[in-house]
Write a new protein. Structure first.
Length: 350
């Protein structure tokens, strides 16, 4: 695909991770360099980082050792220190400690998801909104485990897949959800990778509500036949809602009580997504236009970075559209307003 490195990863968790790490080695190196700059900018040295991460690693090893092995394989395949790559998969946990502790918490403003339906077609759209410092580090993987469904997923190099489409036809978008109950536990990125294996909404809820998680995400889930739902989770709460649009603040009252207050950017994008979803064509082209929109009264769905914010400016790393019925995905490697979408299916990768 234009603008994306592509890899098929098979075998044991370690072997799959090593294949991803090798294929995305250059991008992983750039992502690790950004993460180190982030740590330095926020006053964390390597000793402090390791002290923070050890209990999260212990919790992950006890609960999800296969994912720890996959991360270890990524590190070895990319020739990067394991602690750097594990940090990439626990970034939001460290963010919570560094930037949410004390004072007035400032939640992450990351990602917008929408579902559009017609008879016979369900479209899930996702904008991957993240730090500008990770721009250009995205790859596409077909992750084929020995004991679970194959998952087709765009991913930031060095991290486990967090969004995508599995071979059952289930599609998932994942959105940051900062909360006041975050704690030591399994990093949410590892929990999210488990959600990608889900077969239906009940399975997805059980995986997203896994015991022992350090924090939570919101997930927009879509399944063949038009079923879709949002799962909101924090470290100690979870809820399932029948909604077709979501951003980065909790809408369920119980989850909202544990979550950080909604940011202006999240409110802006959600309001705009709801307006557009009522009039957008129920086609791939219609969803692409929604994801490329710049008409919000505040932060746009297709957000572009503020140069004054440097590495920590907010940008769109990729846009994804999935159709569960045909097990098809369309990807834009960058801002969807300037980069065309290309279709890819399970049989299209080498």
């Amino acid at each position: 695909m234009t603008g994306l490195d592509v890899v098929r990863a098979e075998g044991t968790p370690y072997e799959r991770g090593a294949r991803m790490g090798e294929a995305f080695a250059e991008a992983t190196s750039r992502s690790v360099a950004f993460n180190r700059r982030y740590l330095s900018a926020h006053g964390l040295d390597r000793h402090s980082l390791e002290a923070i991460l050890v209990p999260f690693l212990d919790a992950s090893t006890a609960a999800l050792p296969h994912l720890v092995e996959q991360i270890r394989g990524m590190a070895d395949g990319a020739d990067q220190p394991f602690i750097d790559v594990f940090f990439a998969n626990a970034f939001e946990e460290v963010y919570g400690i560094v930037e949410l502790a004390g004072g007035t918490p400032v939640p992450l403003e990351r990602c917008t998801d929408v579902v559009l339906r017609t008879p016979g077609s369900t479209l899930l759209g996702h904008n991957e909104q993240w730090y500008a410092g990770d721009d250009g580090t995205v790859g596409l993987v077909l992750d084929v485990p020995d004991d679970g469904p194959a998952v087709l997923a765009p991913m930031v190099a060095g991290t486990l897949p967090l969004v995508g489409l599995n071979e059952h036809g289930a599609a998932f978008g994942t959105m940051s959800l900062s909360a006041t109950d975050e704690r030591v536990g399994i990093p949410r990125a590892l929990v999210a990778r488990g959600v990608l294996d889900s077969t239906d909404r009940d399975d997805a809820y059980a995986r997203g509500n896994r015991e022992g998680r350090a924090g939570g995400y919101s997930y927009l889930c879509a399944f063949p036949g038009g079923d879709a739902c949002v799962i909101e989770s924090t470290a100690t709460t979870a809820s399932r809602l029948d909604l077709d649009e979501h951003t980065n603040h909790a809408l369920d009252p119980v989850v909202a009580a544990a979550a950080c207050d909604p940011s202006a950017g999240s409110r802006s994008r959600l309001a705009r997504a709801r307006v557009l979803a009522t009039s957008a064509a129920r086609t791939v082209e219609g969803m692409a236009g929604l994801l490329a929109d710049h008409g919000a009264e505040g932060q746009d769905i297709c957000v572009h970075p503020d140069p004054a914010e440097g590495d920590e400016g907010s940008t769109i790393l990729f846009a994804m559209i999935c159709e569960p019925e045909t097990r098809s995905m369309w990807l834009s490697a960058g801002h969807p307003c300037t980069t065309s979408f290309e279709r890819v299916g399970f049989d299209d990768l080498p």
